[in-house]
Design a protein around this ligand. Structure first.
Ligand code: ZN
Ligand code: ZN
Length: 116
């Protein structure tokens, strides 16, 4: 994804595109060329609770921010339709985790919408 979202209270309120910026884009994490993409991997983290005195995972929540490692066209691992992963997140496991986190994230956004 070539643009960076702006967040307010966990919601995307705008986008900042590399094209519109005066400073050069951050260098690619791998080869140092100007980056054109950011890694779209989203992670999630467990919320813990206790049940019968034992620590258990109550639920998973999606991180607000994606990996965002800057990459150039050559170094990015592109997947359709509009997703790019860095090498660290270009595995089957990371992709599945990212897809799950993305679904969670959308759900969190919908919940925020309802609260407002
Ligand atoms: Zn590169
Ligand atoms: Zn990444």
């Amino acid at each position: 994804m070539p643009c960076e979202p702006f967040f307010k209270k966990g919601k995307v309120v705008g986008w900042m595109c590399n094209r519109g910026r005066k400073e050069p884009p951050p260098p690619c994490y791998k080869c140092g060329k100007p980056s054109t993409k950011l890694c779209d991997h989203r992670d999630m983290e467990p919320i813990y609770g206790t049940m019968n005195g034992r620590r258990i995972i109550k639920k998973w929540v999606a991180r607000i921010c994606t990996c965002d490692r800057p990459m150039c066209d050559t170094c990015a691992n592109h997947t359709e339709p509009d997703t790019d992963y860095c090498d660290f997140h270009n595995s089957e496991i990371a992709r599945m985790r990212s897809a799950k986190a993305e679904a969670l994230y959308q759900e969190q956004l919908r919940r925020l919408d309802k609260d407002n």
